[in-house]
Structure formats: C-alpha cells, structure tokens
Design a protein around this ligand. Sequence first.
Ligand code: AHR
Length: 502
Amino acid sequence: MSASKAQIYLDTNRSISPISPLLFSGFAEHMGRSIYEGIYDPDSPHADERGLRKDVLAALRELNFRAMRYPGGNFLSGYYWLDGVGPKDKRPRRRDLAWQSIETNQFGTDEFMAFARAINTEPMLAVNMGTGTIQDAANLVEYCNAPVGTQYADLRAANGHPEPYGVKYWCVGNEMDGPWQIGHLEAEDYGKKAREAAKMMRWHDPSIKLVLCGSSSSRMPTYPEWDRVVLELAWEQVDYHSLHYYANNHDNDTASYLALSAEFEAFVDTLSGVLRYVKAKNRSKHDVFLSWDEWNVWYKAHFPSDMQGQWTVAPHLIEEVYNLEDALVAAQWMNVFLRKSDVLKIACLAQVVNVIAPILTTRDALLKQSIYYPFLLFSRLASGVALDVAVKAPLYETQKFGTMPLLDVSASWDEEKGAHAIFIVNRSQTESLPVELVWQDRAPARISKAYRVAGTDPKAANSFENPNVVVAVEVAAPVLDGKSASLVVPPLSFTAIEAQLR
Ligand code: AHR
C-alpha cells in the first residue's frame, strides 16, 4: 500500500441529481426489542404518557429520519393489521412465526402513527403479501387514508382518529423472493399479486406511492431475474423497486470489507439497468426508482439462536454491536446513496432501535453505537444536489474487489440553503493521507466545520460502560485558500466537511 497524496475535484457543473431527503430514512420492525422495550416501553422510567420512550424519541429525532418503514420485515408476512388496532385489552396475543416470539399487539398502526408524529417522520407502511390478501391490503389503506363514512375509515374514527392519516409511502410486501418468508411466492405469482394489490390500494387513494419487493440481496440465486419478472408485471402500478442488503466481515478481511462500496454500487447499477430494460420492454413512459429499504451491517449476531425468540415477548434478538470498521462501511454506503442519487430515492437504515440498530437501550439507559455518527452527519449535512466528484487517490489491493482507491468520497451542494458538504472515508488501516480539495468552478465562501469518526482499532466499539470510544468529534476545518483547501485524513477515518456558499 502506498500513500502519497490525494486530490478531490469538485465542480457544480457536474451535478448528478437532487438528493432525495428520503435517503435518510429508517426501519422499525416488530422484532426482538425494537418496538417493545425499545420504542414503546410503558414500564421504563423514560416513558411518556403514551408509553413511548422519551430518550429514544430524542435520539431518533436527532438522526432526523425522513421516513420510517413499519411493521416489518419478515414479521409483516404473518401480520394481520386488525389485531393491532382498537381497545388494547381486546387485542390478541399471537405467536409470531417469523421470529418465534409472542406478539402482544399492544403497539399497532395507531400507536405507530403517534410515534411517527413524535419524531417528525413520514410513515412508510407495509402490507402483508404473505398470509395477507389483496383485500386486507386495500382495507388498511382505507383505514389510514379514507375520509369517514365507510367501514374501515369509521373504525379509525372509532379508535380516536377521525382525520385520515394520509400515509403516502407503502411497501407491497417484504422480501417475497426469500424462501424464509412466510407465504414466499415465485416471481410470477408475486408480480401478479402485487400488481392486483397495488390497483386496489390506489383505487382507495390514487396519491399513494408504492414500493415493489425487489431482491433481498445481490447474493440471492434469483437475482436479478426476480427483479425483471416482477417489474415487468407490476411496472405501471408502482413507483419504487426495493433492494435489501446486509454487509458482513465474516472473513475478518478488513481491507476488502472497507471496499464494500464497490459491491453496493454494482448492486444499484445492475438494478438500474433492469429498470431501464423493463421500461423499454414495456414501452412505458412511467418511471420507477430504487428504494434501498433495508441496509446495514449484520453478521456478528446471525445464528439461529439470535433470531428465534423462544416464544417470549421482546426477546433479545440480533442486537449487533457496531465497531469502527462498521461505521466506515455505513459511511461509504451513504456516499453511494449520494453518488447514485439519480436512481436511488429512498433508503432505510435497518433497523433503528436495539435490533441491528444505531441505538441500544436498557430499561433506563441508552447507548449510541458507532454507526449512529456517520448517519447523523449525512442526515444533517447532505442536501441539495449530489456532485459527481473526481477523486485521484493512491490505490491498494483487496482480495475481494481487486485494486481500489484509498478514498471513498461524495459531496452535496445546496444553492437554496447555501450549504455544501464533502464526505471522505480513508480506507487505509495504517496511512494518513494528505488531501487537496479543488473547486473547479465555484468555491464555497467558507468552510465552517469538520467532523471526524476515526480510531486505530477497527474493532473498537462503544459500550454502556464506555460509550465514547467511537464518536464524531469536531476537528479543525480545512482553511480555504482561493479555490482549494488541504487537510490530512487519518487512517480508518470518516471526515465530513461543512461549508457555506454565502
Ligand atoms: O431486519 C431484519 C430482517 O432482515 C427483516 O425482517 C427482513 O426483511 C430481513 O431479512
């Protein structure tokens, strides 16, 4: 590995696309301690009068999730939404077959809507395409979005909510390509069922936006044929096509792990090609965009015992502990979101509390994990348009992706807000790298701040005893010298630079 010097060239004439704010969304599933003991915990000293945890709400508000996908996940495909509305003492306790847990249904659609309002996020509901019928899916849209005067809208009013919720984003099922999914379908069967569900849902409310189930991972044997088939069948009825991916460092090959953005980009590029192919084949004028509605690192807690609840309420399931290298992978993922912002319009961090999440809770305490910080910085600073940055950086060798640049970079430029941000990951495990930022047309008026997540040990992680091992710290902002500025990025680091245009 040779580290000499790097240049990052920025030019506002080379913009990729407006950055969809929904790229900074989240996902909360009825799984483990995500809802119960995470978001909703009436017995916690931190609970408000609704049973929502105030400390969790505060942290989620800080992350500013633009939308929140709910209620699953694999849980969705066995969930009957009517179980979760109405008087709480009448709601059934059920065996949740997806996670082998007990579902009390004390938290359901109305509680979720209150939660979404409390954190100022757009609800993104999902309808069951496993055990659920297309009629159940349509009924839920009526419950949420129709004016009073018919059965399910009146039920909503009877449950205390006379005004329609106006839920705009809807996922038509979850991971229906996966044999593990309750009611898993072949591509043709799912494509037809989703198309028919979508028609009924949109007849209730033509303004809704629908997300079709794409591949659960680029490692699926049916990828990308699944995507082609379901898109050909449901193209005109949907607005987004989903992709899911969970990253891992099973081989403990940190050099390759830190180059994973190559795989993320390839996944988006392939699906983007499928979208173009289907649009042309269907002779359509309609566009469908991508929704990466489950993304995160998940592998340390990935044994059957971590995924089965032994028929208990709120079991500890997949409470992944995140370290520095995971945070650097998460940062690259969001770099990819910006670089692919022309086709990628929604992305949901999976998940948000306790279950593979940036936040862990005990009954009375809350821990911010390493991945919390890159998400916070992107969510706060990335807006406007994404710039097509040109990066000249030293190269290094990886086993899985061949030769890769040491830097992974993205940038945003927001004329309206007068804001500009640059996001830089240094993948080197040993070398500091001097970096020159060069603005080729317009430079910002000033660089106000720089933040960094960094360390020497890729496996370093926060814990309740030691919560500040991997955090974002403010570092000296690079000094602007005409149309350039210099900084040094340490090994194993993520740096976010905040600049103003006026
Ligand atoms: O997020 C955990 C699980 O991962 C979800 O339930 C499922 O959709 C995916 O396989």
